[in-house]
Design a protein around this ligand. Structure first.
Ligand SMILES: *Cc1c(COP(=O)(O)O)cnc(C)c1O
Length: 421
């Protein structure tokens, strides 16, 4: 459930009419609901109640400072995948003790940054990375707490580009080699093994792959303990999917996911961490656009919007579906017709949806993309010199711009002309 509902025929974000925000900030823009972010965090907190746990919000899904500061205020830790995200978390007031550092390509500089500022743990993804971290920490005279990310060779049955737990994927170390790699880690200076990490992919709509992976982690926990390692923390990653298509999808609920966690790793006496991103921020955001033209083509009708693939790349990149709805509901009984919904960018890939049924649309009408809060604004670019679009946060009856649209001068002046030109 989210807090984007029609009231008297007008789509609202909590108590604010979307049309009011559009008039104030101009389209296109992203709008997020604080109440929805809170609700999703609490669903996970309830699902893991009874377990010693920390919910580390995966910042890469939506890393606006206001969003992460709100998540932190609820008690969330942060899962970061770059030095930049680490610094964002710190700037939002998140203590190092609540930040975990994931990612396959951490540089020595990023490791130093995190060790200086404080870190809960590094989720190490390879032996070369382990060696570099050992050297960096040892040179600084500190100890880096680590888990090793294992790749359980489980097919998450999700989109090719966001599956991460199969043996052909670049993530983690093969679980079959885990004992050897842990022995290696234990022999290196500057590292302290504290647990195991796993993350098998994103937008999972079935619990079975989680169950298989977590059972493998439980088995590994026993083996590593038998080998003499202290395993006190299990990081189970993120990945729980959301309903992008309200009419015909119902992915598992956090509560059911929590049952799997309890059943598989609940009795190991370990602290449990999870790293949800999409499930927290995805349905907490809309992308709002205006219709520029309604163009009759050969046997089809194009809705040309002022939002484009540079603002929301998921349809072009993953063939992703977003529900697309009018901001002002059509009169009851209005007939629907199929539209191809596209942006102005000079690529055919700039198509949000084909043959999508909507009630009649006029130039100037506002259109909203649902489920756009995750992997939307964070993946946007200024392709075609289209300014990054504003982000707005709503809470109750108030709203605020939390990232302003740059001016064209801002964009032009970011480039510099060499003296010799
Ligand atoms: C992307 C990612 C997540 C978050 O995935 P969601 O599908 O957004 O929940 C968590 N952990 C790691 C290591 C990731 O790469």
């Amino acid at each position: 459930m989210d807090h984007f509902l029609y009231q008297n025929g007008a789509l609202h974000a909590e108590k604010v009419p979307i049309a009011e925000i559009a008039a104030a900030v101009r389209t296109p823009f992203y709008v997020y609901s604080t109440a929805t972010l809170t609700r999703h965090y609490q669903l996970f907190a309830e699902a893991l109640s009874g377990l010693d746990h920390l919910i580390c919000y995966a910042m890469k899904s939506n890393s606006n400072q206001a969003v992460i500061q709100h998540m932190a205020s609820l008690g969330a830790g942060m899962d970061v995948v770059s030095g930049g995200e680490y610094l964002r978390a710190k700037a939002a007031g998140v203590p190092g003790q609540r930040i975990v550092f994931s990612g396959v390509g951490k540089t020595a500089d990023e490791m130093r940054l995190a060790l200086e500022g404080g870190i809960r743990q590094f989720n190490v993804e390879s032996e070369p990375e382990m060696q570099v971290l050992s050297q960096v920490a040892d040179n600084m005279g500190v100890t880096a707490p680590i888990t090793v990310r294992v790749n359980p060779d489980v097919d998450a049955k999700t989109h090719e580009k966001i599956a991460t737990g199969r043996k052909e994927d670049k993530f983690g170390i093969p679980i079959a080699r885990a004992r050897e790699v842990y022995a290696h880690a234990a022999a290196l200076p500057g590292l302290k093994i504290i647990g195991i990490d796993v993350h098998i992919g994103s937008q999972l709509t079935d619990l079975a792959p989680f169950e298989t992976a977590y059972n493998k982690v439980a088995e590994l926990t026993h083996q590593l303990r038998a080998d003499g390692h202290e395993i006190t923390r299990l990081d189970l990653g993120g990945g729980l999917g959301i309903p992008y298509e309200h009419s015909n999808s119902a992915p598992p609920l956090p509560l059911e996911y929590g049952e799997v966690v309890k059943r598989t790793v609940g009795d190991l006496g370990c602290e449990i961490e999870i790293e949800p991103g999409r499930l927290i921020s995805g349905n907490a955001g809309l992308l709002v656009a205006s219709t520029i033209y309604v163009k009759e083509g050969e046997g089809r009708c194009f809705l040309i919007l002022d939002a484009a693939m540079n603002d929301l790349i998921r349809p072009a990149m993953y063939g992703a579906h977003h529900d697309i709805v009018p901001v002002i509901e059509a009169a009851p009984g209005a007939e629907q017709q199929p539209f191809d919904i596209v942006g102005p960018v000079c690529e055919s890939g700039d198509t949000f949806a084909k043959q999508r049924h909507l009630t009649p649309v006029e130039p100037g009408d506002l259109i909203a993309f649902r489920s756009a809060g995750a992997y939307g604004a964070v993946m946007s670019s200024e392709y075609n010199s289209r300014p990054l679009i504003p982000e707005v946060l709503v809470q109750g009856d108030q709203f605020a711009v939390i990232r302003a649209r740059p001016t064209f001068d801002d964009i032009i002046n970011r480039d510099t002309i060499p003296e010799w030109l």
